[in-house]
Design a protein around this ligand. Sequence first.
Ligand SMILES: [Zn+2]
Length: 382
Amino acid sequence: MIGLILAMLNEPPALSAMLSDVSESRLRATVEKLASYPTRNTLSTGLTDSCEWIADEFRKIPGVEVEVMRYVAPAGRRVPEDKEVVQVIATIPGETDRIYLMGGHIDSLNLQVQPTEVPAPGANDDASGVAASLEACRILARQKWPCTLKFVAFSGEEQGLLGSTALAKRAVDEEWQLEGVLSNDTVGSSGNIAGQSNTKQVRVFSEEGDAHNSRELARVIEWTVRNTVPNFDIKLVLRRDRFGRGGDHTPFVQQNFNAVRFIEVHEEFTRQHTPDDRVEFMDFAYLAQVTRANVSALASLANSGVAPTNVRIVRDQGHNTTVTWEATAGIKYTLYWRDTGSTEWQGAIPVGEVSRHTVDLINKDDHFFAVGAEGGIPVVAE
Ligand SMILES: [Zn+2]
């Protein structure tokens, strides 16, 4: 078992082939199907029906295990009384129980009138994130990974993050080794009606905390995408979510998991939660690029070994910086650095199976350093 894991770590998967397999037409077909339900409001039959449909789509992928998870949406904001509802979890079992999770919310909302009875196509918010998750699963399921990968179609998002809250609690109760959550919510349009457009970036929101490493998850996603996905990169946003808004990553952060949110750069607010959230306003070439960013990030994370511990900067005075850490046999490491004024890693060097490395002429006064298992979430050196 251990030997197999190490062998796989030493053989990088053919990432460029996976990225070129991301299909705009499959993404469009998924979004069109989901948007064809009159509504996917969490309290409607459209939610149950669309969950059954997406579960069947995941079941068509060889090697994928599918669960329709039931939980109670408690009475509260936008929920008149307690109601049992469903959401869908698809799993690619890995060689270990370390887990990375990607998801989008399948439920939609029309805020204008009686919410369960009026059209709510929810094409961009958030059939786009569900379609990206299904497509990423199709591509990543073609090989075995050291880590387990889960793909979730959350429900109850629009009623107050109910499905993600239920799953985050379950992950704690069942002691999941959940190392990272990539929530994709509203990722299928590159421009707004004011004429602003950005086809080259997707925003990744992350917050800092003492008990989780979400910001470092965001930073390594940015580094990975910048170096692997042609003509596309990540715009890091250093806050929990957009001003006054929320998303399915946050309940995971609140349970001390590393979790971030992907969202397009220029949202069109007037179409959200209205009958105008339609397929024709989307950009599937853009959604394909966002999907590639997720596939690349997940491939890197899922292929990584366990993170190093006790990562330290040696307290000498000099122009070079030496970093030490506790290594695990057979794992290769990467050392990163950035100027304290930069939000992104500016350099990285693969250092191999060692527990110490000296970077010449980059000083520890003006720079942060971190060490990660190759492709994994780095640990900041102290
Ligand atoms: Zn949403």
